[in-house]
Design a protein around this ligand. Structure first.
Ligand code: SAH
Length: 414
């Protein structure tokens, strides 16, 4: 399709098929040739090997991801109106879907999730009255003024903060940037999650400050602790529920359990700022019974096992162990080691909430690892729930990489 001023990217034979099945990007090795001299961030036409139109896309001159699809409608113009429509649709989806508390004072949710919202490389989180952006493609970076303007108009939120310190930006040739894009955003805000108040450090916290993809799973964990472990036990004294929250960041999982009535929680993270935050979060919510330790969770799990410690509930929420397929074997070993140890630490009837956020680790592979870990730990485990990311982080069928989060809730049968 020839459009004046638009370059054309022709694909090798058959390489349009995964795109038609939902994959929203083109790898450089799939290009047959580029007609014209598009710069990074330009909109180009993607064509199949026979010259049939496939999509309009953002082009990149050097990245392994040579093009990111924007629209498969040949007549749609990619201009400010296009960005406005996509942003409005992303916000409308969350408004229909999410608990109304996400929109009240202290509400928090992901408003835009990149490819899943047809906006490749743009992530927008709302924390109370601040929008936090991650801009991960040149295509969005070049249109950032229009994006900010439309977001402010759509949400009525005037404080916009950039957390552009992700290494992904380097692959696109973009510099790091942390600071205000609009207004005067504060460095930290307090948001509500379920019945909890959580402090989110926008400037120095990990990623955008708070891992919103696990929000529903943290709330469910608190609920399951209450229903499975605490409620309906006809004992004079409430049963003891000891929680281990490993890879805790600012402690969301364990704090939900304490709020539900757990007796004690041991929080572990390797980063001092995360461990320090746990105490502040606990006092913000009037919760007691917590201990926070800065440690390597692998070592600590080993040590707790040696000491024959027992927990009624264990959380494992590590960072991605596999960045790509080449690291899968090592990742499998890492996941199996921590899950095996966690299963051994569980008291009879105990609950394990275990996650993987590695893109390359499929749900099937993660489940296989859990099966192997349970067999080696000699624990019979049943699957209470299998979950993914919160629905404000939807994935795309045909692009498994966008469905990166697996979270299983398992219970030790005996
Ligand atoms: N559960 C958290 C998110 C965890 S993110 C929440 O719901 O907010 C993963 C965390 O693991 C990060 O805080 C990181 O600092 C920590 N981490 C990474 N490697 C670790 C290790 N070897 N031992 C302990 N913590 C580690």
């Amino acid at each position: 399709m020839a459009v004046a001023g638009r370059a054309v990217v022709r694909l090798r034979p058959g390489k349009h098929v995964p795109l038609r099945a939902g994959r929203p990007w083109v790898y450089r090795g799939e290009l047959e040739r580029v007609e014209g001299t598009p710069a990074s961030g330009d909109v180009v036409a993607i064509e199949d090997a026979r010259g049939g139109f496939v999509a309009w896309a953002f082009y990149h001159e050097t990245s392994l991801l040579a093009a990111r699809l924007l629209t498969t409608d040949p007549n749609e113009q990619v201009d400010e109106g296009f960005l406005g429509r996509r942003l409005a649709a992303a916000v409308a989806y969350r408004r229909r879907l999410l608990d109304p508390v996400c929109w009240e004072d202290g509400g928090a949710c992901r408003l835009v999730f990149a490819e899943a919202d047809g906006l490749p490389g743009l992530v927008v989180d709302r924390f109370d009255h601040v929008l936090v952006l991650q801009v991960l493609t040149v295509g969005i970076e070049r249109r950032l003024d229009a994006v900010c303007e439309q977001l402010v108009a759509l949400t009525g939120i005037g404080d916009v903060f950039a957390r552009d310190d992700s290494p992904v930006r380097r692959l696109e040739g973009l510099p790091e940037r942390v600071g205000a894009l609009r207004g005067k955003p504060p460095d930290a805000v307090v948001v509500r999650e379920g019945g909890l108040k959580l402090e989110v450090n926008l400037r120095a916290g990990q990623k955008t400050g708070h891992f919103l993809d696990q929000r529903e799973n943290r709330i469910l964990f608190g609920e399951l602790v209450r229903r499975l472990l605490l409620a309906g036990r006809a004992t004079a004294a409430p049963p003891e529920v000891r929680v281990l929250d490993a890879f805790c960041h600012t402690g969301g999982f364990g704090l939900h359990a304490l709020a539900a009535g757990a007796t004690s929680a041991l929080f572990v993270d390797s980063q001092a700022p995360a461990v320090d935050a746990v105490g502040r979060q606990a006092s913000l919510n009037g919760l007691t019974g917590w201990t926070a330790e800065r440690a390597n969770a692998f070592d600590l799990l080993h040590e707790l096992e040696r000491e024959h410690r027992r927990f009624e509930a264990v959380v494992l929420d590590p960072p991605a162990f596999a960045r790509g397929r080449a690291q899968l074997e090592g990742a499998y070993r890492g996941y199996k080691e921590i899950n095996l140890r966690a299963m051994r630490l569980l008291a009879p009837g105990g609950l394990l909430c275990t996650s993987s956020c590695s893109q390359a680790v499929s749900e099937g592979m993660f489940e296989g690892m859990l099966r192997d870990a349970a067999a080696d730990a000699r624990r019979r485990m049943r699957v209470v729930a299998r979950c993914g990311a919160s629905p404000d982080h939807p994935g795309l069928l045909g692009a498994d990489e966008t469905r990166y989060l697996n979270c299983f809730f398992l219970q030790a049968v005996d």
